[in-house]
Ligand binder design. Sequence first.
Ligand SMILES: NC(=O)c1ccc[n+]([C@@H]2O[C@H](COP(=O)([O-])OP(=O)(O)OC[C@H]3O[C@@H](n4cnc5c(N)ncnc54)[C@H](OP(=O)(O)O)[C@@H]3O)[C@@H](O)[C@H]2O)c1
Length: 286
Amino acid sequence: MKISARTNIYGVIGYPIEHSLSPLIHNAAINALGIDAVYVAFHVKPGTLREAIYGMKALGVKGFNVTMPFKTEIIPYLDRLDEEAIFVEAVNTVVEVDGVFVGYTTDGLGAFEVLKSMVKNLDGLDVVVIGAGGAARALIYHLSKLPCGITILNRSIEKAKIIVEKLQPYSNAKLTYGGLSKDYQEEAIPKAHVIVNATPVGMTTPGCPISPSLIGCKHIVFDMIYWPPETQLLIEAKLRGATTVNGLPMLVYQAAYSFKLWFGRFPPLDVMFKAAEEGLSKYGER
Ligand SMILES: NC(=O)c1ccc[n+]([C@@H]2O[C@H](COP(=O)([O-])OP(=O)(O)OC[C@H]3O[C@@H](n4cnc5c(N)ncnc54)[C@H](OP(=O)(O)O)[C@@H]3O)[C@@H](O)[C@H]2O)c1
C-alpha cells in the first residue's frame, strides 16, 4: 500500500475499537483492487461523537463504518438517511457524497446473505429471530420481503411488537412476536426451520438465549456473534445435530456491501474472508 497526498481516507468509528477486524478486511480488498485508499480505526470517546463527525467531514473522510455504541446515536449528525436505515434506526455505513454524509445500514444484507448461503430458498420457511435491536431489525427488513414466517422473540416484548406493527402493512411475510419466556419459546422454536440469535448472549453475557432442549437436527442455527467463534448456543445446537453458522460470514458480507457503497464495485470476497479469518485467529492474542 502506497500512501500519498491523494490517498482517500476511510475508516470505522467505535468505542472500544482496537479489536475491530474491519481495517484488516477492508485494506485487504483495497490492496487487492489497487485502489488509492486507506481504512483506519478511529477510537471515538463517548461524548465526543458530534466533534468526531464534524471533524471527519472537515478532513474530507470519504466514508466510514459505525460500530458500537454509536450506530443509533450518530443519526442526528448525518445529512441524509437511506430508507432501510430509517426503518432500522441504525447506521453502520456512512458515505460522503458532494460534501454531504449519507447513512446506510448493510448489517441486514450481510445477515440475509448468510441465510441465503445456508438455505437456497427461504420461501415458506419459518424463521425465529431472537432479539429486536438494530441487527435483528436489519435482517427482518430483508426477510419480510419474502413469503416466509418470521417470529421475533425479545426480552422486552414491546420492542418486538413495534417491529411487527411497523412492518406488517408492507410485509410479504407472516410476522408474529413474543417474549423469551418458556411458553413463547415452546410455541415458536420446534416448528421453526431457522433460528437466528441477534442478541449479545453468548458474547458479553454468558449462556444461551433459548432453551437448548428445543433445538433439533432439522434446525439451521445462525448466531450473529463471531467472538467466541462457537457460542454456547452453537455448541448446544451442534450437539443436537443442527446445522450451525457463526457471525463471521455476516461480518464479511456487511463489509462487502459497505465497500460497494464507497467504491461502486463488489470486493473480492475470498480476500475479505481470508483477512477476517486470519485476524480472528489472532483474536485471543490481542
Ligand atoms: N456479525 C456481524 O457482522 C454483526 C453485526 C451487527 C451485530 N452483530 C451482533 O448482533 C448482536 C446484536 O447487535 P445489535 O446491534 O442488534 O445490538 P442492540 O441494538 O443493542 O440489540 C441487542 C438486543 O439483544 C437483546 N439483549 C441484550 N442483552 C440480553 C440478555 N442478557 N438477554 C436477552 N436479550 C438480550 C436486547 O433486548 P432488549 O430489547 O430487551 O434490550 C436487544 O433485542 C450482538 O451480539 C452483535 O455483536 C453482529
